[in-house]
Design a protein around this ligand. Structure first.
Ligand code: PMP
Length: 364
């Protein structure tokens, strides 16, 4: 089945597929954005046109994710990886402790950075089971008086996802990079949410940080301005030149999602798409094995293994030849990973499921 513009089914873990309608809009505006005589790439971030672009992006994201009025929304740079360091820089220090729940590779990286700035107390680590699950929220080991608890909603490499918002007494800081905007969340359960743009929002470059005012007030003083959330908030994310193009495309994606039923509709689509692939795994008679335990299977990154590395390589080659790109899994899990973010079409999941069935029949 041919895709618009001969596009492949792009299963990349990020950067990844964006909505065709959004790409077309960006293309149409490329040479002359709404009569300004220039593209957004070429435009001063201090111009009226750009102020409107970033202002609307913020407003639309606030509406989409139902962000309460006492939260700031910042568009920063440096990726989620910079937030791994910026969060502890702002909220830890000598004698201060934060709890970390580690359910995969990204949570582990967050701990490595936090340790530099204070005590990062790992209260749960699923490493023993090769990160195949998320724990219950009733963990016994929360530290009294911790500055915050950090967790990762969706571990992109292992394909495990928390299904509920936390309800904890410590302030919650969350890396939502790989499932933000895939479902409604109760933002009031979090003090800080951060996410790189390049999965569900737009091209790489922008990092969204959503911070409650009461948490912002507790941030350490005396940091260099680029690490000081107050400075970014006071300057409307324009302390320095922002990731103009990335924010612009994120804004187009937010409008696209608002036009198409918002997060409730998005969640249904994500569930339907993931079901196609998990059904293919479960009905394969053991030929394909899902990595994540049931109950915490990611709706964004479907991870599974085949009986051998040789078969995995053949499967990846065959699917690639059939227009399915990027299925090779991360070496720490092996097998395959199908990343099916918001904009990934269900037809791609159906094509992969059919390929899996056919491959198992020939090689099982
Ligand atoms: N956290 C998660 C859950 C991720 O998936 C990624 C990137 N794949 C990161 C953090 C790191 O993001 P960045 O590359 O934007 O720094």
């Amino acid at each position: 089945m041919s895709q618009p513009y001969n596009r492949v089914f792009n299963f990349s873990a990020g950067p990844c597929t964006l909505p065709v309608e959004v790409l077309e809009e960006a293309r149409d505006d490329l040479m002359n954005y709404k009569g300004t005589g220039m593209s957004v790439m070429e435009m001063s971030h201090r111009s009226k046109a750009y102020e409107r672009i970033i202002g609307e992006a913020e407003q639309d994201l606030r509406q989409l994710l139902n962000v309460p009025a006492d939260y700031k929304i910042l568009f920063l740079q440096g990726g989620a990886s910079l937030q791994f360091a910026n969060i502890p820089m702002a909220f830890l220090g000598q004698g201060k402790t934060a709890d970390y729940i580690v359910t995969g590779a990204w949570g582990k990286k967050a701990v490595e950075s936090a340790k530099i700035y204070g005590t990062a107390n790992v209260i749960y680590d699923a490493k023993g089971e090769n990160y195949n699950h998320t724990p219950d929220w009733n963990l016994p080991k929360f530290t009294d008086g911790a500055e915050y608890v950090h967790f990762t909603t969706n571990e992109t490499i292992q394909g495990v996802q928390f299904k509920d918002d936390p309800n904890l007494s410590s302030p919650v800081v969350c890396d939502m990079s790989s499932d933000i905007l895939s479902r409604p969340v109760d933002v009031s359960k979090y003090q800080v949410i951060y996410a790189g743009a390049q999965k569900n929002m737009g091209p790489a470059g922008a990092t969204v940080v959503i911070l409650r005012d009461s948490m912002l007030a507790r941030a350490n003083e005396g940091l260099a301005p680029m690490f000081d959330y107050r400075v970014h908030a006071e300057n409307g994310s324009m302390y320095n030149t922002p990731a103009c193009w990335s924010i612009y495309v994120c804004g187009l994606v937010y409008k696209f999602m608002l036009r198409n039923g918002g997060l409730a509709a998005q969640k249904q689509q994500c569930e339907a798409k993931a079901k196609v692939l998990y059904d293919a795994i479960d009905s394969s008679g053991g030929f394909f094995t899902g990595h994540a335990m049931e109950g915490c299977r990611s709706l964004m990154n479907v991870t599974f293994t085949l009986p051998s590395e040789e078969l995995t390589n053949t499967f990846v080659k065959e699917t690639e030849a059939a227009g399915m790109d990027g299925l090779k899994g991360h070496r720490s899990v092996g097998g395959c990973r199908a990343s099916i973010y918001n904009a990934f079409p269900i037809e791609g999941c159906e094509a992969l499921a059919a390929a899996m069935k056919d491959f198992a029949a020939r090689n099982g």
